[in-house]
Ligand binder design. Structure first.
Ligand code: ZN
Length: 453
C-alpha cells in the first residue's frame, strides 16, 4: 500500500518549501510535488515541519548498557584506557539474548532521537574465552534481529579485530570475544544474516592497532562489499604508537599506504596534522565524528574549520551511546569548536545558519558512510524522515531559516513528533511504537546484569 504525506513545510535540497506532497512506495520516496494540495487519505502533517532524518554512522550498541557506570574517579588518573578496561570487564558477561535486548533498546532510542538508520560497528562476535558460537554469526544475527524489531535502517559492519595492539601484539583477555584472523573474519562476514530491503553490509577493520598492513590489504583484496570503516587517531597514545611502528601517523598511513576514497569512513580522526586534515578532506572519505563520546572519553577536538574549508565530508556517530541525542551530538560538535577557538558559529560558511550547515553535513556524510540512498527529500531515496513540532513553544517564534538552529541549540523537549525509516512510521507523537516491550526487555536484562557486575 503506498503511503502519502502532505507537509505544509518541508526541507528540500534547495531549501524550505510549502505544501509538499510525498508518496512512498516500498520504503522509497516515489513522487514529490511542491505547491500541492492534500488529497483524501494523505497523512496531513499540520503544524509540523518535515525534514530528512540523518543516519548515525557509528555505534557499539552493547556499550549503551554501561552508560553512567564509568563516571567515578579511580585511584589513578582516568583516561580512555582505564574506561576501556572497565568496558572489557563488562562485556565478559553479555549473552546473545542480552546483546539483542540492549541493541533493540538503543535502536529505539536512536529512532526517537531522530536517527533513521545506523551503522553498527560490530565486534562482539564470540563466546567468553573466544570460542565461536555454533553459528559463527550468532551475534550478527542478534544485531539484525534487534534492528528489525526497532525498524531502524541497518548498515552492519562486522569487525576484523585480530591483535591486542600495535606490532601484532596478542589479544588480551578482555579482547578474546572480538578475535578473528582474516580467514575467520571472512567466514563470519559471509555467514552474516540476510538484512531487510534497506539493509547494507560492509566491513570494519577495527583500527591500525588491531590489524596489520598486510591483513588490511588482504581484506581489501578479498572483495568484501560495501562501505569500510576504521577507527583512527582517537587518542594521542595511539598516534605515537602507530608512528613508532609504521613510521608515520595513522591517518597519513591510511591515506598514503592504504588509499582512502568515498567507500571509507575514518572514525574520530581527532588528532591530525593540517596536511592530514586537508588530504583526508579531499580523499572523499567521511570523517566519522562522535562528539559526545569523544568528550566523554577525553579524546580531543576535531579540526573542523580546516577540514570543512577543504571540502571535507563528515557525519555523526553515537559511538559509546552514553547519550543518544541528535541535537545534543550536533551541539557538542559546534560547542567544542567554539570553546577551543573562542569564537561563535565556527562550522558554518559565512552568512549561513550553523544548524543548517551541521544538519546538511550530517545528512550527506551519514548517507555516504552507510552506503544508503538517503539524506534528502528526493524521488528514489529511502523515506528517512522526521517531523518537528513547528508550533512548539520554543520554535513558534523562529522563522523557517532559524528552525534547525532552534532545534539543535535549544533542544525543545518533545519537538520530534514522527520518524520514518525507509517508510516505516516507527515514531508517532514522539514515542516509538515498540517502546513498551523493548523497554521491558531492557529492564529485565539490566537487572540481571547488575546482579553480576
Ligand atoms: Zn567506536
Amino acid at each position: 500500500m503506498p503511503q502519502s504525506l502532505f507537509a505544509p513545510l518541508a526541507l528540500m535540497p534547495e531549501g524550505w518549501a510549502r505544501d509538499v506532497r510525498l508518496v512512498f512506495e516500498e520504503g522509497r520516496i516515489a513522487t514529490v510535488a511542491l505547491n500541492a494540495a492534500p488529497r483524501p487519505g494523505d497523512n496531513v502533517l499540520a503544524g509540523r515541519a518535515l525534514i530528512p532524518a540523518p543516519s548515525n554512522l557509528h555505534s557499539h550498541t552493547f556499550q549503551r548498557a554501561m552508560a553512567g557506570m564509568t563516571e567515578r574517579r579511580g585511584p589513578t588518573p582516568d583516561s580512555f584506557w582505564t574506561w576501556r578496561r572497565l568496558m572489557y570487564k563488562f562485556l565478559d558477561h553479555l549473552t546473545p539474548d542480552q546483546v539483542e535486548a540492549i541493541a533493540a533498546f538503543a535502536f529505539v532510542e536512536m529512532l526517537e532521537a531522530g536517527y533513521a538508520a545506523v551503522a553498527e560497528f560490530h565486534y562482539l562476535h564470540h563466546q567468553p574465552g573466544g570460542g565461536a558460537y555454533d553459528n559463527i554469526a550468532e551475534m550478527s544475527e542478534r544485531i539484525t534481529a534487534a534492528a528489525s524489531t526497532a525498524g531502524i535502517g541497518l548498515t552492519l559492519l562486522p569487525v576484523l579485530y585480530t591483535y591486542g595492539g600495535t606490532e601484532a601484539a596478542p589479544l588480551g583477555e578482555g579482547q578474546l570475544r572480538f578475535g578473528c584472523d582474516l580467514d575467520r573474519f571472512l567466514t563470519l562476514a559471509s555467514a552474516a544474516p540476510r538484512l531487510g530491503p534497506d539493509g547494507v553490509i560492509g566491513s570494519a577493520p577495527h583500527s591500525l592497532r588491531a590489524t596489520t598492513p598486510e591483513d588490511l590489504r588482504a581484506l581489501i583484496a578479498s572483495g568484501v562489499p560495501g562501505p569500510r570503516h576504521i577507527h583512527a587517531a582517537e587518542q594521542m597514545e595511539e598516534v605515537t604508537r602507530i608512528e613508532a611502528w609504521l613510521g608515520t601517523r595513522p591517518v597519513d598511513y591510511l591515506l598514503s599506504e592504504i588509499g582512502l576514497d568515498s567507500r571509507w569512513c575514518v572514525i574520530h580522526a581527532t588528532h591530525m596534522t593540517e596536511t592530514e586534515t586537508r588530504e583526508l578532506a579531499i580523499s572523499g572519505a567521511v570523517a566519522g565524528l562522535c562528539p559526545i563520546t569523544e568528550a566523554s572519553l577525553g579524546d580531543g577536538i576535531f579540526n573542523g574549520p580546516e577540514y570543512i574549508l577543504s571540502g571535507g565530508s563528515f557525519g555523526l556517530g553515537t559511538d559509546s551511546n552514553i547519550q543518544i541525542g541528535l541535537a545534543a551530538e550536533l551541539r557538542q560538535l559546534e560547542y567544542s569548536q567554539r570553546l577551543r577557538d573562542r569564537a561563535r558559529n565556527v562550522l558554518a560558511p559565512a552568512g549561513t545558519s550553523t544548524g543548517m550547515a551541521l544538519w546538511r553535513g550530517a545528512l550527506q556524510g551519514g548517507a555516504r558512510a552507510l552506503g544508503r540512498d538517503t539524506g534528502e527529500i528526493r524521488a528514489g531515496a529511502w523515506a528517512d524522515l522526521l517531523t518537528l513540532d513547528r508550533e512548539h513553544a520554543s520554535l513558534m517564534s523562529l522563522d523557517d531559516g532559524q528552525l534547525i538552529d532552534g532545534f539543535i541549540f535549544t533542544e525543545p523537549r518533545g519537538a520530534i513528533r514522527d520518524v520514518w525509516s525507509a517508510g516505516r512510521h516507527v515514531v508517532r507523537e514522539g514515542r516509538h511504537s515498540a517502546r513498551g516491550t523493548v523497554e521491558e526487555n531492557w529492564r529485565r536484562t539490566m537487572t540481571a546484569l547488575r546482579a553480576l557486575i
